[in-house]
Write a protein that binds this ligand. Sequence first.
Ligand SMILES: [Ca+2]
Ligand SMILES: [Ca+2]
Length: 143
Amino acid sequence: MNTSRIVQTLLLLTAAFTIVGAQAVERIDDGDSEFDPIFSIDEYGADWIAGDTDDDGVTDYVLKLDEFSQKRYEAMDFNRDGLMDDFYIYNGGVLASEQLDTNFDGAIDLWIYMHDGVRVRGYERDTDYDGTVDLVKEFGEDS
Ligand SMILES: [Ca+2]
Ligand SMILES: [Ca+2]
């Protein structure tokens, strides 16, 4: 076995372990199947209420209401780069989960799930930003 063959084998093994590791992580929740984060502020339609929290003339906040005029979705552009990075999902006006793009690369890498809209039930992270959840933390339901 020459060196390049060994390197190739190691790479294959690493890839295999990565895939196994990724599959071993069980997600806490499927979340809201209706929710698909819209990153670009320009892509929000007329059914969203737009806001400008720092009054610089550029939208950095959007809100969508449900049929009962309760909050359904909210999104914020935290770093003001024109891409939403903080998404809030509500059920019956109560915060159910939050999805964040913490490194501002246009992909969600942190999912937070709530209890009663206040307490964190658990979270999932994509710590290496490859699109796959690799860390799951669930807190006990102690109520
Ligand atoms: Ca942003
Ligand atoms: Ca990200």
